[in-house]
Design a binder for this molecule. Structure first.
Ligand code: SNW
Length: 287
């Protein structure tokens, strides 16, 4: 019995070692590796997702420490559609997220990550699934209505975000203050170490509601819709996710999640079922 167990353990170890070897040697070309692990996942049967914990309602951790939000639920739905039940989210600093995906620590990055050419140097992306605004969050007392009102002010940004890049380029008379995450930046805002914080529209709205703050200034970011960041050259995973994402849009799942997480926000047409796109009003009055 001992022997048999020992042999089995040995055989299992050998099989793992062998499949690791063949995967390294032949990439995804090996027939049995493809069968066992068609999407080249780090751990077959599990998708490991890098995310961030303080961008409610896109991606955030709830009171129990579980990841949830629009992006989290959409990605989980899409992962289930491609046959992966086990979806494990882990929080990262935003600035570390894309490199963590690129260097193989995670299969995917999910955090309202805008698709840009620059980021495509590091990772691949799924098709876009959300397009919206970058928003300056501030106390109403600051009277910030436009770019000029930011002159001479201190503006927080999350390091590595599109907000950082936009602010550096366009708010040239403003002091840009880099933070690792939104919570730290909003603490700074509430404590007065910055005058405003620049983040994604829906997350700004959430902080506005929680503290006495307002969405002071919106900048369109429709040319950089959010996508799922995927380990480079994992075409099998990217193509499967794209197909499943299109299905989630076409069967109304995307719309349902949008209404759940962004209630009252204008309903963009391009991700709705095709039958609802032509002639639909743009302002979410579809009830
Ligand atoms: O470019 C937008 C997109 O149009 C949509 O509004 C969702 O957010 C964005 O992808 C921008 N998001 C920021 C970025 O990609 C910040 C992401 C974050 O804080 N998690 O840098």
């Amino acid at each position: 019995m001992k022997n048999r167990l020992g042999f089995r353990a040995l055989a299992a170890t050998a099989a793992v070692a062998l499949s690791a070897l063949t995967m390294t040697a032949c990439g995804s070309g090996n027939a049995s590796a493809e069968q066992d692990n068609p999407y080249n996942l780090i751990e077959p049967g599990t998708i490991r997702v890098a995310s961030i914990g303080d961008s409610k309602p896109y991606t955030f951790t709830d009171a129990e420490g579980q990841f949830t939000g629009f992006d989290v639920e959409l990605f989980t739905d899409v992962a289930h559609r491609i046959g992966i039940e086990n979806v494990v989210f882990t929080g990262q600093d935003f600035s570390a997220l894309l490199s963590a995906v690129a260097n193989g620590q995670f299969d995917v990055g999910v955090a309202a990550i805008g698709i840009t050419e620059e980021r495509q140097q590091t990772v691949d992306f799924s098709d876009g699934y959300l397009a919206g605004y970058l928003t300056v969050l501030a106390s109403p007392e600051k009277n910030i209505d436009d770019k000029d009102d930011l002159a001479g002010k201190r503006l927080g940004v999350v390091q590595g975000s599109l907000q950082e890049a936009y602010a550096v380029k366009n708010f040239t008379d403003t002091d840009i203050v880099r933070f690792p995450d939104n919570n730290t930046a909003v603490s700074g805002l509430n404590a007065g170490s910055v005058d405003a914080h620049f983040l994604d529209y829906e997350a700004a709205k959430d902080y506005s509601d929680r503290y006495d703050l307002e969405n002071a200034l919106d900048v369109p970011s429709f040319d950089a819709p959010a996508g799922f960041a995927i380990a480079p050259e994992n075409d099998a995973l990217r193509e499967a996710l794209n197909k499943a994402l299109a299905e989630a849009m076409e069967d109304g799942t995307w719309k349902e999640l949008y209404q759940k997480w962004f209630p009252g926000s204008p309903m963009p047409e391009q991700y709705l079922p095709k039958a609802e796109q032509t002639g639909a009003e743009s302002a979410g009055d579809d009830s």
